[in-house]
Design a protein around this ligand. Structure first.
Ligand code: F6P
Length: 552
């Protein structure tokens, strides 16, 4: 593909951007156009899920902007690339792999093949793994599968990092309302021994089930943490504990799983075409199935599949993730926005932004295009966020009055799982959700401040310029498994569209390798004589000081 910035629509957007920057004022766009809300909103509708309203109208959008952005998507081959994704083509071209996570949630019976082989059927196919997950999770939840002393397993420790952690953590938190009341979950990811130590402190070996979650089963943090857990288990049980009853593996690497000491019968597999950051839909989601039950896990997959279907079949202009991705490109490349804020007005979604950080920044934190040349335009935005209303009382100052443009997504469920105090909390939450987007758009003028009697010298400080864009996402009921699945996939495909336009490979992650290699080398040096010689002076100095302080 020609570099994105050489596409004709890119130059047209550049020229259009200058007009928008000069004369487009969001609040005026609403006062001069009664239909703006309906014209720039889209509703996601799917059987088994509540409607989800995506209001894009508080963005720097005119009819012309939308037409030009869609033109850019066409010229960048977004539809062709999307079709290649769903066809199982090897679009992860630096690793020669298909990117086929939609198959993991293919509850609609699509024909899905990689290299001509149906990935849904067969002994290791998606459907068999799902059956295995169903069977196992039901046995553990019912108490049929017990620990070595016959006690029910009610303490789950998931050992994994990156995609083998963030998805399961985020989803189990988001669906806590549906969680088994007698089950406690721990997620150990960090190599910092504190993480494992604290989880083990709270665990009883007789009732603990360890899920060793690692696509490769070679990730240093996970193998080290898993070995520590196994030693703890054997030590605590005086060697009597049965590893086979207390350890299962979620992985693609049967050889390493067996080497670790987990029976391959207790391994839940998946394939190399599942990227780590897209793996919560795979066996990596076993903690979710255990906690919320398989039926809810299946609903989660169904909501995800419904968003896949929407993305796959809907024309660009009506396509919700496409619009989200195009807006992101619009702000990143034409307004020099560096960030993307995602703020759920939902405490259950308190790890949502952390999850999206890996999805977005590991996917699109790349500066090399498909032909190996350096991108001449900015790519992946810095995604950040926290739940509201908390975030309003910390970093929202900068969003309202800082010097940076921070496009923001706000997410709210119309209904709360916990409508306590006569639903007052939910109404207050909702009023903040509406107020923040409104405030960011309308701002506050000097005239308004004067009319309120603000002293002249305070007016600049109290002024809100407004005209700051937001996308409001409103779920038509509670956020249940299906709605959560759809929301995640909205962001997955939004990220896909960004990468397609930027002509980068959104599916590898070479950028995480160098640090891993250096850490391995330095780990050896910590046990050898020397004080960091052979490194630059700063790194060497720090290694020397560490050895001295830690008395290593
Ligand atoms: O280092 C990055 C990464 O490869 C992620 O992409 C992945 O989610 C994580 O490490 C964990 O990998 P694994 O599941 O193979 O242990």
């Amino acid at each position: 593909m020609a570099p994105a910035n050489t596409l004709p629509a890119w130059s047209e957007l550049q020229a259009h951007r200058d007009d928008v920057a000069k004369s487009f004022v969001l609040k005026e766009a609403f006062s001069s156009d009664a239909d703006r809300f309906s014209r720039f909103s889209r509703t996601f509708k799917a059987a088994g899920s509540a409607d989800i309203l995506f209001d894009f109208s508080k963005n720097f959008l005119t009819n012309e902007t939308l037409d030009l952005l869609v033109k850019l998507a066409e010229q960048a081959g977004v539809e062709r690339k999307r079709d290649a994704l769903f066809r199982g083509d090897k679009i992860n071209f630096t690793e020669n792999r298909a990117v086929f996570h939609p198959a993991l949630r293919n509850v609609g019976g699509w024909d899905m093949k990689v290299d001509g082989v149906d990935v849904m059927s067969g002994p290791n196919g998606v459907n068999s793994v799902l059956d295995h997950m169903k069977d196992f999770s039901e046995k553990v939840r019912s108490g049929e599968w017990t620990g070595f002393t016959g006690k029910k397993l009610t303490n789950i420790v998931n050992v994994g990092i990156g995609g083998s952690d963030l998805g399961p953590v985020m989803v189990t938190e988001a669906l806590k309302y549906y969680g088994a009341p007698d089950m406690t979950l721990h997620f150990v990811s960090n190599i910092d021994g504190t993480h494992m130590a604290e989880a083990l402190k709270a665990s009883d070996p007789e009732t603990t089930l360890f899920l060793v979650a690692s696509k490769t089963f070679t990730t240093a943090e996970t193998t080290t943490n898993a070995n520590t857990a196994k030693s703890w288990f054997l030590e605590k049980t005086g060697g009597k504990g049965d590893v086979a009853k207390h350890f299962v593996a979620l992985s693609t690497n049967e050889a390493e799983v067996t080497k670790f000491g987990i029976d391959s019968a207790n391994m839940f597999g998946f394939e190399s075409w599942v990227g780590g950051r897209y793996s919560v839909w795979s066996a990596i989601g076993l903690s979710v199935a255990l906690y919320v039950g398989y039926d809810n896990f299946y609903k989660f997959l169904s909501g995800a599949h419904a968003m896949d279907k929407h993305f796959r079949e809907t024309p660009l202009k009506e396509n919700i993730p496409v619009l989200g991705g195009l807006l992101s490109v619009w702000y990143s490349n034409f307004f020099q926005a560096q960030t993307h804020l995602v703020a759920p007005f939902d405490q259950y979604l308190h790890r949502f932004a952390a999850y999206l950080q890996q999805l977005s920044m590991e996917s699109n934190g790349k500066g090399i295009t498909s032909d190996g040349s350096t991108a001449k335009y900015t790519t992946g935005a810095i995604l950040f966020g926290e739940p509201c209303t908390n975030a309003q009382h910390s970093f929202f100052q900068l969003v309202h009055q800082g010097t940076k443009l921070i496009p923001a997504d706000f997410i709210l469920a119309a209904k709360s799982h916990n409508p306590i105090h006569d639903n007052l909390h939910q109404k207050m939450l909702a009023s903040n959700y509406f107020a923040q987007a409104e405030a960011l758009m309308v701002g506050k003028t000097d005239e308004q401040l004067r009319a309120e009697g603000t002293p002249e010298d305070l007016i600049p400080h109290k002024r809100f310029l407004g005209n700051r864009p937001t996308t409001s996402i409103l779920v038509g009921d509670v956020i249940g498994p299906a709605e959560l699945g759809a929301l995640i996939v909205y962001y997955e495909h939004l990220t896909f569209v960004e990468g397609a336009i930027w002509d980068i490979n959104s599916f590898d992650q070479w950028g995480v390798e160098l640090g891993k290699v250096l850490a391995k080398k330095i780990l050896k040096e910590l046990d050898e004589p020397g004080n960091g010689e052979g490194h630059d002076v700063s790194t060497g100095g720090l290694i020397g000081a560490f050895k001295q302080f830690a008395k290593i």
